[in-house]
Design a protein around this ligand. Structure first.
Ligand SMILES: NC(=O)c1ccc[n+]([C@@H]2O[C@H](COP(=O)([O-])OP(=O)(O)OC[C@H]3O[C@@H](n4cnc5c(N)ncnc54)[C@H](O)[C@@H]3O)[C@@H](O)[C@H]2O)c1
Length: 341
């Protein structure tokens, strides 16, 4: 199923006849990118490289990887099952010359605290993709994260970071490495995108790490009161709809310069807003069930400063939270009570 609007051409770049690698392509953002190219550039040659889920879990009980074949039903490109930590697996794609690499594969779960495995997966593997981009003269767009900011005050701005978990640090380290390689290799085109809180179709299989938009949507559709932390009208996040994240990835290919850039709306909204918009869309009027927030050091306010992204690649998010949720409802309904494994 195509979850997109028709008018999706963001730049003059013609991706037809280009060879494109999407790591993490069985996951949320990667699979949406794959469908974006398939729909809009049917003659592009798309490779997905993803280890898919095995059922193996981290010590927090969450899955080691969230890639799911159901995100790719309808995708007609090349799918390779492989681990970015394995040189042997990567050898399967080492002889293919890529014009573009969208590197999304990572441990995306911010609550994995095993530093060794997070650093190995997110950081060590990054060197291979940078080397590959240098060899192939490819444009490399990689996923960084707003987690690099920790609880730095809003608006979060490039250059003022303080990661507070191994995941956030791993993305921060990737940004430093990208910066070093960029200086040493003037021809390398490498752009990091710091995604804020992304929501939208194909995130369901992230299980408990999916956005609160789909989790609350399913609570309401199941006839339950939506559950939120106490004070949720004052907990603000920069929620960004997947279509705008795709826009950023595509436009970043034409960035005026290398660097790392924020990808958010710049307009923080509360978790209570999500509930209210969902209830409005779904025609319900449940009272919210509030419970104490168990987390210490919980981020209370995120807001992307997107000036640099605007100036360098004309990033211009189109979706308000209201519009994003409206577009998202059909997918939320379609995934109600679908098994998660
Ligand atoms: N979704 C968000 O809100 C958000 C916010 C900030 C940053 N990001 C980053 O964006 C990228 C994509 O995130 P997502 O939301 O699509 O997450 P996701 O977990 O749905 O996708 C990540 C994909 O990478 C794959 N993967 C994990 N480990 C792998 C390995 N060792 N080898 C090969 N493949 C592996 C998984 O199977 C999965 O399909 C990630 O790098 C994530 O850290 C996401």
């Amino acid at each position: 199923m195509n979850w997109y609007n028709a008018n999706m051409i963001y730049t003059k770049t013609d991706f037809n006849h280009k060879t494109i690698l999407i790591t993490g392509g069985a996951g949320f953002i990667g699979s949406n990118l794959a469908f974006y190219f398939q729909e809009n550039y049917p003659n592009s040659k798309i490779y997905i490289f993803d280890c898919f889920r095995s059922g193996a879990t981290f010590s927090n009980g969450n899955l080691k990887s969230f890639g799911h074949y159901k995100n790719l039903i309808g995708f007609s490109g090349r799918v390779i099952c492989g681990n970015i930590n394995s040189k042997e697996d990567l050898a399967q794609i080492s002889q293919i010359k890529f014009d573009y690499i969208f590197h999304q594969a990572a441990i995306s779960d911010t609550r994995v605290y095993d530093q060794e495995i997070v650093m190995e997966t997110n950081v060590n593997s990054f060197f291979w993709f940078i080397d590959k981009a240098i060899r192939d003269n490819s444009t490399l767009i990689y996923a960084s994260s707003a987690a690099t900011y920790g609880s730095m005050p809003s608006p979060q701005t490039i250059g003022i970071e303080n990661p507070e978990n191994p995941y956030g640090y791993s993305k921060y380290a990737m940004d430093q490495i990208a910066n070093l390689y960029s200086k040493e290799n003037p021809d390398l085109k490498i752009i990091g995108l710091r995604f804020f809180n992304v929501y939208g179709p194909r995130e369901y299989f992230k299980n408990k790490t999916s956005s609160m938009v789909i989790q609350l949507g399913h609570q309401i559709l199941n006839g339950n009161k939506p559950s939120l932390f106490e004070g949720s009208d004052k907990i603000l996040r920069d929620f960004i709809f997947i279509d705008d994240v795709i826009q950023a990835n595509i436009k970043a290919c034409e960035s005026k310069r290398n660097g790392v850039f924020n990808v958010g709306t710049g307009k923080p909204r509360s978790f209570q807003d999500i509930c209210d918009i969902l209830q409005n869309e779904l025609g319900t009027n449940y009272k919210t069930n509030y419970f104490p927030n168990p987390y210490e050091g919980y981020q209370m306010h995120t807001e992307a400063d997107i000036k640099l992204s605007r100036d360098n690649f004309d990033f211009n998010p189109n979706f308000s939270l209201e519009a994003g949720i409206k577009h998202y409802i059909p997918y939320i309904k379609s995934m109600l009570n679908i098994p998660l494994d």
